[in-house]
Design a protein around this ligand. Structure first.
Ligand SMILES: *Cc1c(COP(=O)(O)O)cnc(C)c1O
Length: 459
């Protein structure tokens, strides 16, 4: 460290100066027991009650595809990560390139406001996103999380129609089985059951729901479902600002895959009826399904696209909403010619720098080959699950492997079985699934698949 004099003198102590010996001991590290007790009493966990009822595992560090536990769980001190930390850590943990990107950005600046100021990490990231995104998406709004990027997408669409003098176009259409985040408008387009709409009836805006798309990436398009989608859009055209869906894979709403053909039907019907198309690629973006963006499977470009999750390689929270020039111009020609949204941490340089480095890392390798290799490993390893009692379906697409049970999974038993097999999984509803980091080696992919089977057997 260079020997630089401090800019500020140390804060003055109240009262007469005390000698070092009189100062309280710096607090020692918490024991696992203390940590878990405080956690249970004070710390809210995702989708959890307060105080917490189930005990989380304490992670002390993570590297490559392994999570290291602060104390062993069911005999395991280290777990192979089958979740990529909710599908974000595509390059694994402590990747030297990503660590360096954060470190060198910290040495310049961690954050500056984005109002009236700009900086290279954000500009470079926006340019990279525009370069790889489906055609026509030219403008980038950097948001702090996936849910916020969906809120921004909704705001863009509603404001677009307001600017064009059509304020009645303010509802959204989606299909059942989706998930778009936990803030207000995203919740309104989540699957009504999974999203607990009954809890929020009268409070959430009521959106238009079509039936869930038929199952199966490879299934032939069903003309009856095509007609259903087209009719739902036509019937509500005057009040619809946009259709919003997850392309090809519905993630947290049920890990279902559908034919890319439906995206083409939506695109055509939206164009025909003056409705915008929003594709939520937060789960599917950056190669997860075997295409860089899932919309590439369909050759469809949306008017607005959301990305998040893997954007920063799982290092920091950042998402983005991209839109076409038509949408941006429409908004900017309105009575209020600005997009009234501006998060405090918008464009955060640390997140933008690591996102840029993560994209370089992804695009600089044969990512499709890696995802294909994992797909092959998951298909081989999960095949045996199809014959297990209680298993309804086994499906694999890209680096996503899913075992669907015919009953609600016993999460505690399934998690324990996976951990005993040396793997971290987080089953939910009737699903035991994995979305491993792209850097997972063949042996670890096989181990993850075995653990999914063990969890399906136990759960
Ligand atoms: C996870 C997810 C979101 C929400 O993102 P957060 O960063 O958790 O707010 C939205 N849409 C999809 C498709 C997602 O998978």
């Amino acid at each position: 460290m260079p020997d630089v004099p401090p800019l500020l003198s140390p804060a003055p102590l109240d009262g007469p100066a005390r000698s070092v010996a009189e100062l309280p001991e710096p607090s020692p590290g918490l024991s696992c027991e203390e940590l878990l007790d405080l956690d249970r009493r004070h710390v809210w966990h995702p989708y959890g009650p307060m105080p917490g009822r189930s005990e989380p595992l304490v992670v002390s560090s993570a590297s490559g595809v392994r999570l290291r536990l602060a104390r062993p769980a069911w005999g395991r001190e280290e777990l192979v990560d089958g979740m990529s930390s909710w599908w974000s850590a595509i390059h694994g943990y402590r990747h030297p390139v990503l660590d360096d990107a954060v470190r060198s950005q910290v040495e310049r600046m961690s954050h500056v406001m984005f109002g009236g100021l700009t900086h290279e990490p954000a500009v470079r990231l926006a340019k990279r996103l525009v370069d790889i995104a489906p055609d026509g998406l030219e403008h980038v709004f950097l948001a702090d999380s996936g849910s916020v990027s969906v809120e921004v997408a909704v705001k863009m669409c509603l404001q677009y129609w307001r600017s064009l003098g059509r304020p009645d176009k303010r509802r959204l259409m989606t299909w059942r089985g989706g998930y778009h985040g936990d803030t207000w408008h995203p919740m309104s387009v989540c699957d009504p059951e999974g999203g607990m709409h009954h809890l929020w009836s009268g409070a959430l805006p009521e959106q238009v729901f079509a039936d869930a798309p038929p199952d199966g990436f490879d299934t032939e398009p069903d003309p009856a479902y095509t007609a259903h989608l087209r009719k739902t859009i036509a019937d509500h055209a005057d009040e619809l600002a946009a259709v919003i869906v997850e392309p090809v894979v519905q993630g947290a709403g049920g890990m279902r895959f559908h034919s890319p053909a439906w995206l083409r039907v939506l695109r055509e019907a939206c164009d025909e009826h003056d409705v915008l198309l929003v594709l939520d690629e937060i789960a599917t973006g950056f190669g997860r399904t075997g295409a860089l963006f899932a919309s590439h499977h369909a050759g469809v470009a949306p008017d607005v696209m959301c990305v998040g999750k893997a954007l920063t390689g799982g290092y920091l929270t950042m998402a983005a909403t991209l839109c076409t020039t038509r949408v941006a111009d429409g908004i900017s020609r309105g009575e209020v010619p600005v997009l009234a949204h501006g998060p405090t941490f918008m464009g955060n340089p640390l997140a933008a720098a690591v996102a840029g480095a993560s994209l370089d890392l992804l695009l600089g390798q044969d990512w499709a080959g890696e995802v294909g290799r994992i797909e092959t490993g998951l298909r081989a390893g999960l095949a045996e699950a199809a014959d297990l009692p209680g298993v309804r379906d086994v499906r694999v697409l890209g680096a996503i492997g899913v075992v669907q049970l015919d009953h609600e999974v016993d999460t505690a038993a399934a998690t324990e079985a996976a951990v005993r097999a040396g793997v971290w999984l987080r089953p939910f509803r009737d699903l035991v699934y994995t979305m491993p980091p792209y850097v997972t080696g063949d042996e670890d992919v096989a181990r993850i698949a075995d653990a999914v089977c063990a969890a399906a057997r136990a759960g």
